[in-house]
Design a protein around this ligand. Structure first.
Ligand SMILES: Cc1ncc(COP(=O)(O)O)c(C=O)c1O
Length: 390
């Protein structure tokens, strides 16, 4: 299926799915093979060696392109492997402007792996477009933004950044993991590359680690494909099958994540024991108009700080919930609770974290698709009821 004019629900169900020509199987088979028999040297069916090509991965890569309104998709063995491939487009001396609040593993990859190869990363608050404009130099080759950010839900205007990147002759890559392709399509707004941790909403069932890149430009696709096959961070066929299956219900899951997220965000905001709630849907948020312009909903990710800002108070809540499981990751059907400072963002030095607004006591929720009343009941036992209920 390649018709990009179909409505999103139809795209999610049918993207990449073509009946298997040898059997008619409606679901893409898991081609568990490392190599392919050739008729003669160089005479083959388009598949030579499974690091370079695999039919299950091909079906997934087609699906990724369709659901992000792009021309090409590439699947990687993890989200960070996809990020790694993008940075390998660069050379020593090149500069990257980066959102200062972002997933800790991305920061770790940039600062601990790539800086020593001479690539410079300039971290700015990208919610203010001027900060990006001021950071551009003749060496800027890439702008890397996450929106909404992990974990503070900061919003950056993708279309405005795309204007700057084009003027600067730099690429714009958007980590679209938190929004998912159901809520936001950065290529439509002028981005050059969309990156996903497919581990999250695309897979949707906490059973796979995988990453994705989607782009429109054929030359860029060729460069990234070259890196994919040369560096070898490819996902196995079983994992590709799982993400393909996850994509079929993305729209339904995202609707429920959004609905539950909204109820929980307002409940947290009304709770006297909670000092601050981070959720993209509050009208008084900075850049709220941009959220409504570039996203179709607010998602299921919420962070909050308790009035008692001590780590002990946060720990008590983190250990008290039963339906919200204490775990890293996000985007699965089941709800998770996380402590960014000691878990997902532990690789960011404390000083840097605090400077960017990520407090020691911050708690992050990945709101699942269970019944919202049960989830609120679970949080009520851990945080305390609303004062009117006391
Ligand atoms: C926003 C974001 N980007 C990238 C990643 C990295 O993805 P993976 O864990 O699949 O390597 C994560 C993982 O938590 C993430 O939350």
């Amino acid at each position: 299926m390649s018709n990009q004019n179909l409505k999103s629900a139809t795209k999610f169900v049918h993207a990449g799915a073509n009946p298997d020509p040898s059997t008619g199987a409606i679901m893409t088979p898991i081609f568990q093979t490392s190599t392919y028999v050739q008729e003669a040297p160089g005479v083959n069916k388009g598949f030579e060696y499974a690091r370079s090509q695999n039919p299950t991965r091909k079906a997934l890569e087609e699906a990724l392109a369709i659901i992000e309104n792009g021309k090409f998709g590439l699947a990687f063995s993890s989200g960070v492997a996809a990020t790694d491939a993008v940075i390998k487009l660069l050379s020593p001396g090149d500069e990257v402007i980066v959102t200062n609040d972002m997933y800790g593993g991305t920061y770790r990859l940039f600062s601990k792996v790539f800086e020593k190869f001479g690539i410079k990363f300039i971290y700015v608050d990208t919610t203010e477009i001027e900060n990006i404009r001021n950071a551009v130099t003749a060496n800027t080759k890439l702008i890397w933004i996450e929106t909404p950010t992990n974990p503070l839900m900061n919003i950056t205007d993708i279309a405005a950044v795309a204007d700057i990147s084009k003027q600067a002759g730099a690429l714009l890559c958007v980590d679209n993991t938190f929004a998912s392709p159901y809520l936001q399509n950065p290529l439509d707004l002028g981005a050059d590359i969309v990156m996903h941790s497919s581990t999250k909403y695309l897979g949707g069932h906490s059973d796979v680690i995988q990453g994705a890149l989607i782009m429109n430009d054929v030359a860029l696709r060729e460069q990234l494909y070259f890196i994919q096959k040369s560096c070898g961070a490819v996902p196995g066929p079983m994992d590709c099958f799982l993400v393909l299956r996850g994509i079929k219900t993305l729209h339904l899951r995202m609707k429920q994540h959004c609905e539950n997220g909204e109820k929980i965000a307002y409940w947290l905001r009304d709770n006297n024991n909670v000092a601050k709630v981070y959720w993209p849907g509050f009208k008084e948020n900075k850049n709220y108009e941009i959220v409504t312009k570039q996203m179709k909903g607010f998602g299921g990710m919420i962070s909050f700080e308790l009035k008692d800002s001590s780590i002990e108070a946060a720990n008590k809540v983190l250990c008290a919930t039963k339906l919200f499981s204490l775990a890293e990751s996000l985007g699965g059907v089941e709800s998770l609770i996380n402590h960014p400072a000691s878990m997902t963002h532990a690789s960011i030095p404390r000083e840097e974290r605090i400077k960017n607004g990520l407090q020691d006591g911050l708690i992050r929720l990945s709101v699942g698709i269970e019944d919202a009343d049960d989830l609120i009941e679970d949080l009520k036992k851990a945080i305390g009821p609303l004062s009117a209920e006391k």
